[in-house]
Design a protein around this ligand. Sequence first.
Ligand SMILES: O=P(O)(O)OC[C@H]1O[C@](O)(CO)[C@@H](O)[C@H]1O
Length: 308
Amino acid sequence: MILTVTLNTALDLTYTVPALAPHTAHRVTDVAERPGGKGVNVARVLAALGHEAVVTGFAGGPTGAVLRDLLAPLPVRDALVPSSDATRRTVAVVDTATGDATQFSEPGPVVTPAEWAAFVGTYEELLGGAEAVALCGSLPRGIHVGAYGELVRRARRAGVPALLDTSGEPLRRGIAARPDLVKPNADELAALTGSREPLRAARDARRRGAHAVVASLGPDGLLAVTPDGTWSAAPPAPVAGNPTGAGDSAVAGLLSALVEGVPWPGRLARAAALATATVYAPAAGEFDAARYGELLDLVTVTEEATAA
Ligand SMILES: O=P(O)(O)OC[C@H]1O[C@](O)(CO)[C@@H](O)[C@H]1O
């Protein structure tokens, strides 16, 4: 079983508009409502790849109830812990003229110390049956900024490989706890290290404690800096579509291949193909399965002739 943690789960709304323009009113032509937050998306992709996936984190209030209802028919196990405050919503506005997505994310619930303690108990129990854990997304209010560091340390004590995908101070603190893998995007890596040069920044992230770093660089694919070598993985051509959730699919690709014992080049090919196939799909947590199959053969993985 692969465990995914989404402390700040979300009811993801996707609005489609013909053309997005500030200071104007918009008629929404399509509305989609999905259970979201990064770890929820990761779990859905893991399940589609044939892995048993368990989702934990918090859900509360009317939005939390809808999220759980939407999760129920999906092939992932719901081990969410109740919060008294309501789960947030996110809104992604997709502009059909350009294909661009603009995201608005609410801050999320205020989690109480008792709720955090209940979550930690559930997390410890679930770690007992986990082959790997993904720790994903922003922190809701009330949770200490070192929370991911604590969860990484607990995973290490349980002998479970931990992948961290977050940003800002929670990422900085989480990395210091030495996760097996971090998956920042270009902006998160630059904010962490002060460098917009991905190779230099990824090496810096390793020095800060991450065992391996896989940076997601949008249309440029992935850059992996690991103890075994440095690779880049690129899709055959840039793809137009909604990139929301592409990074989550990359995480699912990396984790599934890790637990299957696939070597780094194969892991990266899978992650890059899944991320690209997600851009072809309408919403985060989904990917175009036919395109994924084609892309697996078309992704180029190149070993960089440079020390990690
Ligand atoms: O926790 P955050 O960093 O705010 O990210 C959450 C959001 O990211 C997405 O997972 C896309 O990666 C959305 O589904 C949305 O819920």
